[in-house]
Design a protein around this ligand. Structure first.
Ligand SMILES: CCCCCCCC/C=C\CCCCCCCCCCC/C=C/C(=O)SCCNC(=O)CCNC(=O)[C@H](O)C(C)(C)COP(=O)(O)OP(=O)(O)OC[C@H]1O[C@@H](n2cnc3c(N)ncnc32)[C@H](O)[C@@H]1OP(=O)(O)O
Ligand SMILES: Cc1cc2nc3c(=O)[nH]c(=O)nc-3n(C[C@H](O)[C@H](O)[C@H](O)COP(=O)(O)OP(=O)(O)OC[C@H]3O[C@@H](n4cnc5c(N)ncnc54)[C@H](O)[C@@H]3O)c2cc1C
Length: 664
């Protein structure tokens, strides 16, 4: 049967080169080729099917995780996939699994915190998957406050071992992914005690399960922590609980790049900053920013295609009703999310560069950019995951009732995504880290230390405190210099106001506690400025392809102006813009929406997502929504029988009872 493209009319209107935009989104022609090839490989392999995930029991779901992981690993070896290809494979399989923590945290932690000797011993085993590792930091009683962890690792000089112990219930390790059922080893964060002295939290490699029969080793109690939010979703992951009862490990299993314990039990600290113990979190936070663009683009792709298919009201003379995407309210909710997906893509690319740069510097013992790397990864992780979680839910609402069906793909996407606001650092806790960095920057302004990198704008603080936005007409809001000046003035004024208010308190700590809500808002303003700046910088590069740069520029303006509109309270209260200029923002936004409207299907096609990856009937490439929704409904297990199983036991007696009552 001939396939009909229900979105063909939309595609015929596109004014730019979608293939060229695919390259921009993927990062390069080669990255697009890899992505395209691996996504098709996954879509065509029945073991990677995922359409049944929301109706599987927990055990069945976990079993599919094991099967998919083993199959993925087999394919990686058979096809000799590169690291990039393997990571694409993981992306398109689209199922959280213990492998994520093994490759995404256990291995990076050994690389970042292990000595050369330790890396030589452990990495080959981990790379060949002869051991499976997880990252066990969080405890029942403490997650955000890493310095408050209670697990102890006490050095015993008699045997040259550490004794791992969980002294209280709250010291039980709680949450680590892969810990519950799959891992054989863990990187355990625990307090180091030598000679009765507590040296704070350090990392230790600990074997948990036998490599022969997978049973827990003596002194170890271990299990899964239970069902999490949503059907399917993150329940494919075995987040675990773990307790130690005086478990002994050799001394050389403490990761010793940052500090060491000698054979005699002497504690030594190298000149590497203590914060490197937190280095794996910096690495993962950076990856989470790029992931945010993926999750948001996926939701936006579904909502955009469906909004072009869906029609409500407005039929003239019996003609078709209006496509809901043509309602200005729909555009005002959807297009800023589309723009955010592109914005997060570009800031994610930049953050990856920043992370690579700081890693190279660390290897050369240059620690100068570590505080900025920490502030940027923490802040952007927080900003992008919060907006993405909200954005996915908005996309569900943009799809009306059908968005609530699991077959829309949106409920599972939302459920699997939202913990990103919590893991790798609660978003508020992370913003408070950014605000500390900002307050330090402001306090150093008079001391001759020139702010650099993402805080360089603070160097012109005097100008930024008094400058006036010179927008006269709506089109003036299209000038990058005008947008940047407004965002810089807002961020600088909010930070300076916080710093001035902090100085009114007798102690810095008291001030921070009291003003934390304002400090978080200042951190958000700074992070939004980074995203806008990096997007504008991206547009200064050569971008080939007919009309591609124009579309990206329009989206950049939508991203920035919709933020000014949303946060106009900040911009107005700090005197960065006038009420008239705020209203011109809206005029310009409407005109930008009209400019991208014919191109939105092209802009989401450029993500190059397969129908398998999208996992959504509403987001199907061909827009053939209604017949497929109808077909899908009949596949529900409830429809296996016409009369439901409980009819004779529950419904029939009730009906008969009513009949008798009615006769009475
Ligand atoms: C089907 C399968 C297919 C198989 C296919 C196989 C192929 C696979 C291939 C690839 C797969 C890869 C996938 C990867 C995906 C990754 C998955 C990730 C999943 C996520 C799982 C979640 C994990 C976790 O959640 S781990 C636990 C995270 N925990 C936290 O984040 C805790 C948050 N708390 C903190 O970070 C800290 O406690 C704090 C920062 C809030 C406070 O710390 P504290 O020591 O108290 O510090 P403070 O006094 O405030 O500051 C002291 C100074 O230190 C500075 N600082 C703080 N943190 C850092 C840092 N990280 N770096 C640098 N500096 C830091 C701080 O600024 C202070 O500086 P100052 O100058 O003294 O002011
Ligand atoms: C799905 C998932 C997977 C995870 N995987 C892992 C893993 O693999 N390994 C691992 O070690 N951990 C893992 N975690 C744990 C995760 O890292 C922590 O849950 C996270 O760091 C938040 O810490 P918490 O749970 O202690 O939150 P809490 O700190 O208890 O937060 C509770 C509330 O208190 C607020 N709050 C806390 N401190 C402050 C403060 N100083 N100022 C203002 N407000 C504050 C927070 O904003 C939040 O609203 C995972 C968690 C989840 C949900």
């Amino acid at each position: 049967m001939e396939e009909i493209d229900h979105l063909g009319h939309e595609r015929s209107k596109i004014e730019f080169d979608v293939e060229a935009m695919k390259i921009v989104w993927a990062g390069s022609q080669r990255a697009l080729e890899v992505s395209d090839r691996i996504s098709r490989l996954v879509a065509s392999d029945p073991i990677f099917r995922k359409d049944d995930r929301t109706i599987l029991s927990r055990k069945e779901l976990f079993n599919t995780t094991l099967r998919k992981s083993a199959h993925a690993w087999k394919r990686i070896i058979e096809l000799r996939l590169t690291e990039e290809e393997a990571s694409r494979l993981r992306f398109y399989i689209d199922q959280p699994a213990f492998m994520d923590l093994h490759w995404g945290m256990f291995i990076p932690a050994i690389k970042g915190q292990g000595t050369e000797e330790q890396q030589k011993k452990w990495l080959p085993l981990a790379y060949k998957m002869q051991i499976i590792g997880c990252y066990a930091q969080t405890e029942l009683g403490h997650g955000s406050n890493v310095q408050g962890l209670e697990t102890t690792a006490t050095f015993d000089p008699k045997t040259d071992e550490f004794i791992l112990h969980s002294p209280t219930l709250t010291s039980s390790k709680w949450w680590p992914g892969g810990l519950g059922k799959a891992s054989t080893h863990a990187l355990i964060y625990s307090r180091l005690i030598t000679d009765g002295q507590d040296h704070g939290v350090h990392g230790f490699i600990v074997q948990l399960r036998s490599l022969d029969d997978h049973l827990p080793l003596p002194g170890i109690t271990i299990g899964d922590i239970g069902i999490k939010f949503g059907n399917g979703a993150y329940n494919s992951m075995d987040n675990g609980v773990l307790r130690f009862d005086h478990v002994r490990i050799p001394r050389d299993q403490m990761l010793m790049r940052v500090s060491q314990v000698t054979r005699e039990g002497k504690y030594l600290q190298s000149d590497v900053p203590r914060q490197l113990v937190y280095g794996t979190m910096v690495y993962v936070r950076q990856t989470i920013v790029s992931d945010a663009s993926c999750a948001l683009s996926r939701a936006v792709c579904i909502a955009t295609r469906y909004s072009a298919v869906r029609r409500q009201f407005g039929s003239q003379d019996g003609g078709p009703e209006t496509q809901v995407i043509d309602y200005k309210t729909q555009q005002n909710r959807l297009f800023p999310l589309l723009a955010s997906a592109y914005a997060y893509r570009f800031v994610g690319e930049w953050l990856k560069w920043l992370y690579t740069d700081v890693t190279q510097r660390l290897q050369a013992n240059d620690f100068s950019t570590l505080p900025e790397a920490h502030a940027c990864t923490a802040g952007l992780k927080s900003l992008t995951t919060s907006a993405t979680a909200d954005g996915i839910e908005e996309c569900r609402k943009l799809c009306g009732g059908h968005g609530y069906l699991c077959s829309s793909g949106l409920p599972e996407l939302f459920a699997v995504y939202i913990p990103a606001c919590t893991y790798e650092g609660d978003n508020i806790v992370l913003l408070l880290q950014v605000s500390r960095f900002l307050m330090k920057t402001v306090s150093q302004l008079g001391s001759g230390i020139k702010p650099v990198g993402t805080t360089a704008y603070m160097g012109q603080v005097e100008h930024l405190m008094q400058c006036h936005c010179d927008v006269q007409r709506a089109e003036d809001w299209l000038k990058p210099s005008v947008i940047l000046a407004a965002f810089q003035a807002r961020a600088a004024r909010m930070s300076v106001a916080c710093a001035q208010n902090l100085s009114k308190f007798s102690s810095q700590e008291e001030g921070f506690a009291e003003l934390s809500a304002d400090l978080v808002e200042a951190a958000v303003a700074h992070c939004q400025l980074i995203v806008v700046t990096k997007y504008i910088e991206k547009l200064q590069q050569a971008i080939p392809g007919k009309g591609v740069k124009e579309q990206l520029a329009a989206l950049c303006n939508i991203y920035a102006l919709s933020l000014i509109h949303k946060h106009q309270g900040d911009f107005l209260a700090n005197g960065c813009i006038t009420p008239k200029q705020a209203s011109l923002v809206n005029w310009q936004l409407r005109s930008l929406y009209a400019q991208v409207r014919p191109n939105v299907i092209g802009l989401v096609d450029a993500f190059n997502y397969t129908d398998h990856y999208l996992g959504s009937i509403l987001g199907r490439y061909d827009g053939n929504v209604y017949p497929k929704l109808y077909e899908e409904a009949w596949k529900d297990p409830l429809n296996d029988s016409v009369v439901p199983d409980g009819y004779h036991e529950f419904i029939r007696p009730m009906l008969k009872q009513q009949l008798r009552t009615a006769r009475l």
